[in-house]
Design a protein around this ligand. Structure first.
Ligand code: ADP
Ligand code: MG
Length: 454
């Protein structure tokens, strides 16, 4: 596989320097195949698996074209879920650091509409959002696409799965005909091909799956009676000892049940599904990413597009409804050269023929031992501080308060995430109670803040 430096592309020096700064030295295969065409202004339809760097592929293209002095929406990125939109925006902001004042706005459902209208009044260069909410802004004329030059459909296959086709078509009816349209999808069903032909012009087809499918994921399958599924799941954890993992269930109810039962068995787990409020989902995701939760029990929709680095394993507690979903699910592990583990539980009525190709291992559950007193506890616990960017809190302020007044050693502080009104700090479990007490009595930047343990 050939990888090239970003400096081989016709990009500004500032862009290349910043990419290097954020650790992007070489292009990923999808980037080196797609970027030359994107920079040439062509439409593309690109297929590459999750974690292959698609965001930067279109992100670099968009930012290269952007006229910062023109205070109009020039790019629109449609994503299937809020989480994915947040992630795309985060990645874009990182790539956009090479220059000042690029404004990237996310517009997703599930949060209040009018504050978004207000943000739009203050203009944005790039909008990232979910189709339904974007359409609402277009209908209410709070969003104007007259100056749009690039439209991106990220995870297009998933948006179709989720029934967004009508919204997408309507959003497109507001966009100028003269534009660049970039379509990204992990899979390539017929619907994608027909969507492409209806919204793109002479799209160049790019496919890198064949090169990248040689990622290191060991796939194990266990035939198991329904009554033994939970114990088999626990045995998988105790035998393979993954650092963390996502367990996929097909229903929200089952997610809650499995998470609850795992907790009862001393396996630290949280459920993630569409019935959670936005803030609850955020709490769960923060805990998982900062290592204060080791197992996420999720539905496909909720886990869609999450870029969780270093995910040790994926378990299909329920079999996916389609092979494409299977590919999506297990694509979360084995990223960025890490070895991944994928497990699938199925019952005697389920036909696994289509899975029995290549490197898949079909094993009997008796190969798994039952380990007594097995525990899976997180190394950190999350502390929430009721203060964030709005209060001008920065990482240094939190680290300073924790290592100064509170007297904690810096090595006991894990990931720090700062949001508008709240901050999350991962603290080594043994110290968290003491830290909570001291921090709630003390001050950060001369101000008192409420503090609690998540
Ligand atoms: P996809 O959208 O294809 O699922 P992402 O765009 O989320 O993948 O990228 C996966 C991860 O790889 C992200 O953490 C991103 O920051 C990182 N990444 C992307 N491009 C590069 C690169 N050229 N070099 C190093 N890391 C990269
Ligand atoms: Mg992506």
């Amino acid at each position: 596989m050939q990888t090239k430096d970003f400096s081989t592309l016709p990009l500004s020096k500032e862009m290349v320097v910043n990419l290097d700064k954020i650790g992007y030295e070489k292009m990923t295969p999808i980037q080196s195949e797609a970027l030359p065409h994107i920079l040439d202004g062509n439409d593309i339809i690109a297929q590459a698996k999750t974690g292959s760097g698609k965001t930067a592929a279109f992100g670099i293209g968009i930012l290269d074209r952007l006229d910062v002095k023109k205070f109009r929406v020039q790019s629109l990125i449609l994503c299937p879920t809020r989480e994915l939109a947040d992630q795309v925006a985060k990645e874009l902001r990182m790539i956009a650091k090479f220059t000042h004042n690029i404004k990237i706005l996310t517009l997703c459902g599930g949060v209040a509409f009018y504050p978004q209208v207000n943000s739009l009044r203050h203009f944005a260069h790039i909008v990232v959002g979910t189709p339904g909410r974007i359409l609402k802004h277009l209908d209410k004329e709070s969003l104007d696409l007259q100056n749009l030059n690039t439209l991106v459909l990220d995870e297009a296959d998933r948006m179709l799965d989720m029934g967004f086709i009508e919204e997408i078509q309507k959003v497109l009816s507001y966009a100028p005909k003269e534009r660049q349209t970039l379509l990204f999808s992990a899979t390539y069903p017929d619907e994608i091909v027909s969507l492409s032909s209806s919204i793109q012009k002479d799209a160049i087809n790019i496919k890198t799956t064949s090169i990248e499918s040689v990622n290191k994921i060991t796939q194990r399958f266990y035939k198991v009676d329904d009554g033994l599924k939970l114990q088999t799941l626990i045995n998988i954890f105790s035998n393979f000892k993954p650092g963390n993992g996502i367990v996929f269930c097909n229903t929200k109810l089952e997610c809650d049940e499995v998470a609850q039962k795992l907790q009862e068995k001393n396996i630290d787990a949280l459920a993630l599904h569409g019935d959670l409020e936005q803030y609850e989902r955020n709490d769960v995701l923060v805990q998982f990413s900062n290592k204060s939760c080791r197992v996420l029990v999720a539905t496909d929709v909720a886990a869609r597009g999450l870029d969780i680095k270093e995910l040790s394993c994926v378990v299909n507690y329920d079999t996916p409804h389609a092979k494409e979903t299977y590919v999506h699910r297990i694509g979360r592990t084995g990223r960025a050269g890490h070895e991944g583990l994928a497990f699938t539980l199925y019952n005697e009525y389920e036909d696994m023929d289509e899975y029995s190709d290549g490197d898949m291992i079909f094993e009997d559950i008796t190969t798994l031992n039952t380990v007594n007193n097995f525990e899976m506890k997180p190394p950190y616990v999350t502390l929430v501080i009721e203060g964030g960017k709005k209060d001008k809190i920065r990482k240094g302020d939190l680290l300073g308060a924790l290592t100064g007044d509170v007297g904690l050693s810096g090595s006991s502080v894990g990931q720090i995430d700062i949001y508008e009104r709240q901050s999350y700090v991962a603290i080594e479990s043994a110290f968290v109670d003491e830290v909570e007490k001291k921090l709630s009595r003390g001050k950060i930047k001369g101000k008192k803040f409420s503090v609690w343990i998540l």
